[in-house]
Design a protein around this ligand. Sequence first.
Ligand code: UD1
Length: 417
Amino acid sequence: MGDRFLVTGGARLTGEVSVGGAKNSVLKLMAAALLAEGVTTITNCPQIADVPLMADVLRGLGAEVELDGDVVRIDTPAVPKHHADFDAVKQFRASVCVLGPLVARAHRAVVALPGGDAIGSRPLDMHQAGLRELGARSVIEHGCVVAEADSLIGAPISLEFPSVGATENILTAAVLAEGVTTIDNAAREPEIVDLCVMLQQMGARIDGAGTSTLTVTGVPQLHPTTHRVIGDRIVGATWGIAAAMTQGDVTVRGVDPAHLQLVLNKLREAGAQVDTYPDGFRVLQRERPTAVNVSTLPFPGFPTDLQPMAIGLASVSEGMSVITENVFEARFRFVEEMVRMGADARTDGHHAVIRGIDQLSSAPVWSSDIRAGAGLVLAGLVADGVTEVHDVFHIDRGYPDFVESLRALGGKIERVV
Ligand code: UD1
């Protein structure tokens, strides 16, 4: 049946919690290690299930990978293999980020189409179109995405939407292309900046990291480096929102508050006192939160990965909230679980309308993806009785020490194996 969590509602979260490296950064950094022969070292890696899975993908491509606590060492061969097969990639979506590095280094990439979260269709058309602009042939064949090119030539590329994954795959191919590539309407997420910083340390020439236009001047070769992963803003914000929901007082360390400006402002709007520090923030909520509207958008907008937590907050706030999802169409499936917990919520297309109630009601609920699972646990913290959250393997994919962190803050949660 898999592990489940038993969450007993009613505790006010207080205390301090440290957050490790960002899931959405570390997997891309590991893939980028394929760009240079030799040993690349990545530190501050979160101990989540996706990291060993990514290590297996890289091993399948001929790299030697050593996981040692929060340090990952990747020894990349002179010529990596080009085929990431289905067994390696089926379990998680981020494996597709080996596409760019492989086409640049091995001239051919065959990556089985990945599984991943049930949050909506996740096509690769922009990844493929970008690689084609650089001169690669790219097709979907026998359940795999294929990209091949004898040489890549820099080109102007304009994305229809600032897709995080497409920006990363194009960037990691362009760094070794001949000439200049510009990526317009590029994603501006902090994890993209983190990737750019590591690539620059490896010898890549990139201008405009963190803006909508990335300019990449290709170089013939990159060298390995040592890089520290940025803190996980989504994990940090999960604890911050949990503090607001439980009328608690939580200090989060290990995250740059500049990566969460909008989220922290929303918490202020909900009535929290929010203080920021160079490496973290504190959320102190003295009274029942006030309803706030949230609209998810690419960075610097409100992250779609925090939409379930925003719905959790809305469900116990004073007043009516409208939550709009603009990034992944199927992410509102989670709302059905919230309704089972008594939330007064309706969805209509991209919008969820939620009227806050005093207290949710415990129920057995099922996680459908990492963030929905975390959102359900937060809801359990403010429900009467014991909420049973099933399919928590999803949560384990993105949150290291989830149970331990919550317990350290006074949350009542246990894992049932
Ligand atoms: C990454 C994050 C994920 C986060 C998302 C948006 C990782 C491992 N995952 O996912 O947690 O929720 O960014 O911040 O970093 N799209 C297309 N065609 C494409 C590519 C994307 O239509 O070729 C669409 C997607 O279906 C989606 C939207 O663009 O509706 C955004 O996707 P994208 O930014 O690419 O997200 P991911 O990189 O998959």
